[in-house]
Design a protein around this ligand. Structure first.
Ligand code: GDP
Ligand code: IMO
Ligand code: MG
Length: 422
């Protein structure tokens, strides 16, 4: 069986931390979509690590980490990630396996991303500019360059042809992007050389065989449901399927092989980049969340927008993913707030609704809140459910009752140890 761990909001819910915490229960950790737009933070033994493409099980001796076919890989960033792990005794050639069917982000994909964003002007998405959109466009447009292509004798010809095409496409944009292709290619080819030292596999075959042999697999999502290409706040989304279905297509796993679906959410909400955010706070409360929660992007360093928990959106994400259990993160950040608010319905075009509608721009949606009493005592040292204040228990109960799924993990701090299993 394969269990899934997915973000239920706009990303950065704390997926990296929980995958790391859960890895001891699994033989294999597999990323199934996204690419270096992701930034997954792990903190243990006083050290902090941010992973972008490498699965978050990499620090566990016995786990095999797989980068699945649904992921897009930038060899430049990948090499940096490997270099950052050089002080750890990790046998990458046997513990980190790459799908031949994963697509490659070329330097010109990044340039196209930059040109596309600049050309949008005020309507820009706030992309991480890692080349994600253009790479997935080439994939679905059937022009992409795949990891397995590096095993061809003439891969360089294929690379050159695609790059040439991209340069032509760049000239179609009305904006000018400064770049030095020679410099970009130099670091790209160094990255490719390092990447080729790793083991490329037919990951769908590997994973299905592993399942037959009784191995346990955890699929690690990137981004979050509200950034999903179909179900997110389009067009302010990423270019992959971040929801449960993405694990099937991004790993070659059949739907009937999926076991638990762990949905992860923050006790409040954040969003980085542009796009609608109905419960966003522009006051002191939002500022306080951002400061206490250290809400800065793990990939871009941009500050994250903060707001109250939105149960309308959370329930939507629970439904489209078939979430079976929840992990609630960063409750500690809300300690000391006298009153907390939770969105329970939207006013949408004159009606009060309980579902997540087609369009959540501020001109269409306002929010109705329920007030809940906050708690004062520090919860970061809590290690069992009995250690947390009653008002936090009530907060969790309201969420569970609303979405109909139990909270099984409560995270009370960024460290591996700051975790309560219910
Ligand atoms: P991911 O992309 O879902 O893996 O999440 P990120 O790593 O981008 O962002 C989550 C941030 O919150 C990181 O800085 C984590 O170290 C931190 N974090 C995770 N869980 C908790 C928690 O329970 N409390 C606090 N205060 N920080 C947390
Ligand atoms: P993790 O896995 C938060 C956002 C960007 C932008 C939009 C499109 O760390 O949760 P893209 O680079 O994909 O073209 O950007 O999606 N975004 C994320 N926000 N966490 C992420 O990943 C994100 N990956 C992309 O900010 O709004
Ligand atoms: Mg992140």
């Amino acid at each position: 069986m394969v269990d899934l761990l997915l973000g239920l909001q706009w990303g950065d819910e704390g997926k990296g931390k929980i995958v790391d915490v859960l890895t001891k229960n699994y033989d294999i950790i597999a990323r199934f979509q996204g690419g270096p737009n992701a930034g997954h933070t792990l903190i243990f033994d006083g050290n902090k690590h941010v992973l972008h493409t490498i699965p978050s099980g990499i620090f566990h001796k016995n786990a095999i980490n797989i980068v699945g076919n649904g992921v897009v890989i930038d060899p430049v960033i990948f090499k940096k990630e490997l270099d950052n792990l050089a002080n750890y005794d990790i046998d990458f050639s046997s513990k980190l396996l790459i799908s031949r069917k994963a697509h490659v982000i070329l330097p010109t994909h990044r340039l196209l991303d930059a040109a596309s964003e600049t050309a949008k002007g005020k309507a820009k998405i706030g992309s991480t500019l890692k080349g994600i959109g253009p790479t997935y466009m080439d994939k679905t447009g059937r022009n992409g360059f795949r990891i397995g292509d590096f095993e061809l004798d003439n891969w360089k010809e294929k690379y050159d042809a695609l790059t040439k095409k991209h340069l032509k496409m760049l000239s179609f944009f009305d904006v000018k992007i400064d770049y030095d292709l020679k410099e970009l290619e130099e670091e790209f080819f160094i990255g490719v050389k390092r990447l080729k030292e790793l083991t490329f596999i037919d990951s769908e075959e590997y994973l299905n065989q592993a399942m037959k042999n009784g191995k346990t697999i955890l699929a690690e999502g990137a981004q979050g449901s509200l950034l999903d290409i179909d179900f997110g706040t389009y067009p302010f989304v990423t270019s992959s399927t971040t929801t449960a279905a993405g694990a099937c297509t991004g790993l070659g796993i059949a739907p009937n092989k999926i076991g638990k679906v762990v949905g992860i959410f923050k006790a409040y909400v954040t969003r980085v980049g542009a796009g609608p955010f109905p419960t966003e706070l522009f006051d002191e409360c939002g500022k306080k969340m951002g400061e206490i929660g250290k809400e800065f992007g793990a990939t871009t360093g941009r500050s994250r927008r903060c707001g109250w928990l939105d149960l309308v959106a959370l329930k939507y994400a629970v439904e489209i993913n078939g979430v079976t259990e929840l992990s609630m993160m960063k409750g500690d950040v809300l300690t000391g707030f006298k009153t907390l608010k939770i969105a329970t319905t939207y006013n949408y075009k004159g009606n009060e609704i309980t579902h997540f509608p087609y369009n959540i721009e501020p001109q269409n949606v306002t929010v109705n809140y329920k007030n809940i009493k906050g708690w004062k005592s520090d919860i970061t040292t809590a290690r069992t459910i009995d250690d947390i204040p009653q008002n936090l228990k009530d907060y969790i109960k309201i969420i569970e009752n609303f979405v109909g799924v139990p909270v099984r993990i409560i995270s009370v701090g960024p460290d591996r140890k700051e975790t309560i299993f219910v």
